[in-house]
Design a protein around this ligand. Structure first.
Ligand SMILES: C[S@@+](CC[C@H](N)C(=O)[O-])C[C@H]1O[C@@H](n2cnc3c(N)ncnc32)[C@H](O)[C@@H]1O
Length: 284
């Protein structure tokens, strides 16, 4: 990962969400308000220019994204399902008593900015590399920050999450919390993923959950996204954000157990696989 440069993949996900707003039928899948909020955040942060965002809103861009689906089948619309899955997990957790929301590798995701004013009694936290986080900070400041939203600039490959949270005066390690790791764990080395799950478990109170997306492993143990896996792995390396971690879905439960969590598929309301990614939830 190029640490000194804002994440290209985070920008791509955000622009994809803006285009999904023009895709017929996606309004019933995408969380309410996400398209406009993402478009505003991209421009206010400087992550994308007004012209780029206007182009992303154009229905013509749908054809472009759909053309790329030959490489990652179904991935264009999968981002809408991923956002819906994450928002559902956060809303369900808050309904069941969670008072802290932590989004790891948040990129230009707008969940915390949208939900923080709606739930003033809940504390929202985001962590990302400083290059991406500082752009986001700028965008949020321009759009109007909420007192209960905290942006933390850290490299989770360099500094332990438990240390980051322990030294943050606003984070309570005993509070019921929900952690999101959406489109993140594939970018971390195996030891970093194992350690991340253990540290998450050690940083939250009873009844907490973690929701995340992951890429399945193929027979050779590498991430498997179908026929064009080799090309995708190469492209990810070229943009400086290589895919490093994946797991077979049938091995996930025991992996989670070894690292402090119990897989809880009963907490997933829709499907658990869209495009090339799986969605999973675990509880402490
Ligand atoms: C594919 S983007 C996903 C962004 C966001 N979760 C979403 O789905 O819209 C991955 C994000 O993880 C962040 N990331 C990757 N490795 C990281 C690390 N070691 N520490 C902190 N953030 C990291 C990147 O900067 C980027 O914003």
């Amino acid at each position: 990962m190029k640490r000194n440069k804002p994440s290209m993949t985070a920008r791509k996900v955000a622009l994809n969400i803006v285009t999904l707003g023009s895709q017929p039928g996606m309004d019933t899948v995408l969380p309410h308000g996400i398209v406009d909020a993402t478009a505003r955040l991209l421009v206010a942060s400087g992550a994308a220019g007004e012209r780029t965002v206007r182009l992303a809103r154009s229905p013509r861009m749908i054809a472009v994204y759909e053309a790329f689906d030959w490489m990652l089948p179904g991935q264009f619309e999968a981002f809408a399902h991923r956002k819906a899955f994450c928002e559902q997990q956060v809303r369900d957790s808050i309904s069941s008593g969670a008072t802290q929301v932590l989004v790891l590798g948040a990129g230009y995701d707008t969940l915390c900015c949208r939900l923080a004013p709606e739930f003033p009694g809940v504390r929202f936290f985001e962590i990302d590399h400083s290059a991406t986080s500082s752009l986001k900070q700028k965008g949020i400041a321009a759009l109007g920050a909420s007192e209960n939203l905290h942006l933390i600039a850290e490299d989770l490959g360099e500094r332990e999450l438990s240390d980051v949270l322990r030294t943050n005066a606003n984070w309570d390690v005993t509070a019921q919390s929900v952690i999101l790791a959406e489109g993140l764990v594939m970018y971390l080395a195996t030891e970093a993923v194992q350690s991340l799950f253990r540290q998450c478990a050690a940083s939250v109170g009873q009844g907490s959950r973690i929701a995340f997306s992951y890429i399945p492993s193929g027979e050779d143990g590498r991430p498997d996204v179908g026929r064009w896996t080799g090309l995708m792995l190469w492209l990810q390396r070229v943009v400086g954000e290589p895919w490093l971690w994946s797991i077979r879905p049938e091995e996930l439960s025991s992996f989670l157990q070894q690292h402090g969590w119990r897989e809880a598929p009963e907490l997933i309301k829709g499907g658990n696989r869209y495009g090339v990614e799986f969605f999973a939830v675990a509880v402490v």
